[in-house]
Design a protein around this ligand. Structure first.
Ligand code: UTP
Length: 295
């Protein structure tokens, strides 16, 4: 069965971005001028997704507001000849079907995914964490095809220096990485000690899962801080059937914390056709890293 549905968990508190996230959801913080959530949806569309389920919180009404029609703004844009932006606004929430599901309490990523069960239905689906930004759709597209071929779950991974593995979820591979970057997975562990880690391949916020994961999530017991971890449900899936990882070749930006967000914005802005050149000029002329520079 083709992977056409994606779930985006967006019900967290975004505490690392407080006080900004007191009123603005982390998922709507701009990457240059576009909400991170929109870039994630665009990535999903590029991988063949036509239905996006956003798991959100009643305390974050701005997320739903983003998908509402904006006739007044669009009329003003058209009056002033800015049709390209008007067309862009008109496509939001129209170029792909958007559904909302609610997580009443932020009880962890596994719980958030579980809250999307009814909206997703009995089909394989992608999960995209909106604070991990990918350079393009190629990884998710490849993961979807691997899921369709194997009938099992797939996670996106990338290698990190060994001394960093204790900060992440890590896969335990059960075979070699093939020429396409696909590797069978025995299990996954969350934040293993460096000397006991089964690999240095970390989970990077992209999953393609079969719908039986919802039953697995329902069986997961809350961990130490009361959170229901997605990794626990994936361990059960991997133990029961085929499970693979795809090693990512695309650029990845962790925009979930202020420094990661800022460096992603700078890197992407330097590549941007409109503002890349003036930004480069500004950075060069200000010579910000030289000793005695401002700040
Ligand atoms: P994060 O842990 O990065 O987001 O979860 P957070 O909890 O909002 O942020 P901090 O750690 O407090 O700064 C990754 C994604 O999963 C969602 C978040 O909204 C984020 O997009 N999430 C997390 C949920 O939807 N529900 C949860 O219970 C936890």
């Amino acid at each position: 069965m083709q992977v056409r549905t994606a779930l985006i968990p967006a019900a967290g508190f975004g505490t690392r971005f407080l006080p900004a996230t007191k009123a603005v959801p982390k998922e709507l913080l701009p990457i240059i001028d576009t909400p991170a959530l929109q870039l994630i949806i665009d990535e999903a569309i590029g991988a063949g997704i036509d239905h996006v389920v956003i798991v959100t919180s009643r305390a974050k009404p701005a997320i739903e507001a983003y998908f509402q029609p904006a006739p007044d703004v669009i009329a003003k844009l058209r009056d002033s000849g800015r049709d390209e932006m008007a067309d862009r606004l008109e496509r939001i929430g129209v170029d792909v079907r958007i559904s909302f599901a609610y997580q009443e309490q932020a009880l962890g990523l596994g719980h958030a995914v579980g809250c999307g069960r009814e909206a997703v239905g009995d089909v394989p689906f992608a999960v995209l964490l909106p604070d991990e930004l990918m350079g393009d759709s190629s990884l998710l597209d490849q993961m979807a095809r691997v899921c369709e071929r194997t009938g099992g779950g797939v996670v996106g991974v990338k290698p990190v220096p060994w001394d960093e593995v204790d900060r992440y979820g890590v896969i335990d591979p059960s075979g070699e990485i093939d020429a396409d970057g696909v590797v069978p997975v025995r299990t996954m562990v969350e934040k293993p000690p460096v000397d006991a880690a089964p690999s240095n391949m970390i989970l990077i916020g992209r999953y393609v899962l079969t719908p039986d994961v919802f039953d697995r999530i329902a069986e997961v017991r809350p961990g130490a801080v009361g959170e229901i971890q997605l990794t626990d449900a994936l361990q059960a899936q991997a133990a029961a059937g085929p499970f693979h990882a795809v090693v990512s070749k695309v650029d990845r930006y962790d925009t979930g914390n202020p420094l990661g967000w800022l460096t992603a914005v700078i890197e992407l802005a330097l590549k941007d056709a409109r503002i890349g050149a003036p930004l480069r000029t500004w950075l060069t002329t200000r010579d910000l890293l030289a000793s005695g520079s401002p700040g």
